[in-house]
Design a protein around this ligand. Structure first.
Ligand code: PLP
Length: 347
């Protein structure tokens, strides 16, 4: 039986969803005369500043409705970055203690500001075991978002739910990145179940398992290598990523993602990270294809997050140099395309 606390907690989450405005769809400027339009759904407008807000809400709702999180449960997760911030926000909304186990080098500032606690662990891959053990030890609940995202029930709160109504005609391509894979799966399911004509492309950074796994059809593909692009790319195919729903995976060089993140900042004023850069780069490849094939229509991609912290990564020359990312040739390529209308040749 569901407790009175759980009923109230679910109602709080649903009310938060109701009062959160639909995130804006921004037009990304392409050269005059092009018959393809490019749109970016701006998830940086979410209350916690990223598209993880939706997934965190849905995962809390599901864990509460199924009794895995009860009144007073300490919620534990293995993650730094945007997901930890979004979860800390919902834990605070529900009056639950929250602990994020994160790699030593990450910043827990956003989590602590929302009343959550951070535990720093080394090496980075030890966060998962540590979070599970900690939850066991204290009788808390380990949310385990990479696994639980596979069975997520969005209750109407997914990005796909909002997106298609905003564009008018169904876009020719929707372009997203994959971390847990949940966003791409939600978009893909929406396209299939509503028999929409649009297609789904996933952009994938270097070192990630999604591109080689999707191409080879090996569901257990693993690179064992961390992604340099925050938010997207995984060392293994995560269970939330559904390859059959994806029409195309576009590998994007990390240096191109950095160059494109800078371009998004220049053209929209939003300080986006590499994941949004990868989205723009992949979307522009598809715009180029459509133009080459004489297809008109819309391409939609996502601004996954934005914030001053990205000034210390993608937008910082020293950071890029330290990572060995030479973004300049890619920036020049973007200029040729966007400022001079010279189409890219597709490899
Ligand atoms: C997590 C994340 C993604 C990927 O979303 P998933 O639904 O987890 O696949 C894309 N962009 C940014 C900025 C993210 O933080």
């Amino acid at each position: 039986m569901i407790s009175a606390w759980a009923v109230e907690a679910v109602a709080l989450l649903d009310a938060e969803m109701e009062r959160t405005p639909v995130t804006p769809l921004r037009r990304f400027p392409l050269p005059a005369g092009w018959e393809v339009r490019l749109w970016m759904k701006d998830e940086s407008a979410q209350p916690t500043g990223s598209l993880k807000h939706r997934l965190a809400r849905a995962l809390f709702r599901q864990a509460i409705a199924s009794g895995r999180i009860a009144e007073g449960s300490t919620v534990v997760e293995a993650t730094g970055g945007a997901m930890a911030v979004a979860q800390a926000y919902f834990a605070r909304l529900l009056g639950l203690p929250y602990i994020a186990v994160m790699p030593r080098r990450s910043s827990g500032e956003g989590v602590e500001r929302l009343g959550g606690t951070c535990r720093y662990v080394d090496p980075p891959l030890a966060i998962y075991g540590e979070a599970r053990e900690l939850a066991d030890r204290i009788g808390g609940h380990y949310l385990d978002h990479y696994v639980s995202a596979a069975a997520v029930d969005w209750h109407g709160g997914s990005l796909a739910e909002e997106l298609f109504g905003q564009v008018g005609e169904c876009p020719h391509w929707v372009v997203v990145g994959a971390g847990t894979g949940a966003t791409s799966a939600a978009v893909g399911r929406r396209l299939r179940t509503h028999e929409l004509p649009g297609r789904l492309a996933v952009v994938d950074p270097e070192n990630s398992a999604y591109f080689p796994g999707w191409v080879s059809g090996a569901a257990d593909y693993s690179t064992g290598m961390p992604s340099r692009i925050e938010g997207i790319g995984r060392p293994r195919m995560e269970p939330g990523f559904v390859p059959d729903l994806v029409d195309l995976v576009v590998p994007v060089p990390d240096a191109a993602s950095v160059a494109a993140a800078r371009r998004v900042r220049r053209d929209t004023g939003l300080t986006v990270g590499g994941a949004t850069g990868a989205n723009l780069w992949g979307a522009l490849e598809l715009v180029t294809r459509m133009r080459a094939q004489g297809i008109r229509g819309d391409v939609v991609t996502v601004i996954g997050d934005a914030g001053a912290r990205h000034l210390r990564t993608c937008h910082d020359d020293g950071w890029a140099e330290g990572k060995g990312l030479d973004w300049r040739p890619h920036a020049a390529r973007l200029e040729r395309l966007l400022d001079h209308g010279e189409s890219w040749t597709i490899p």
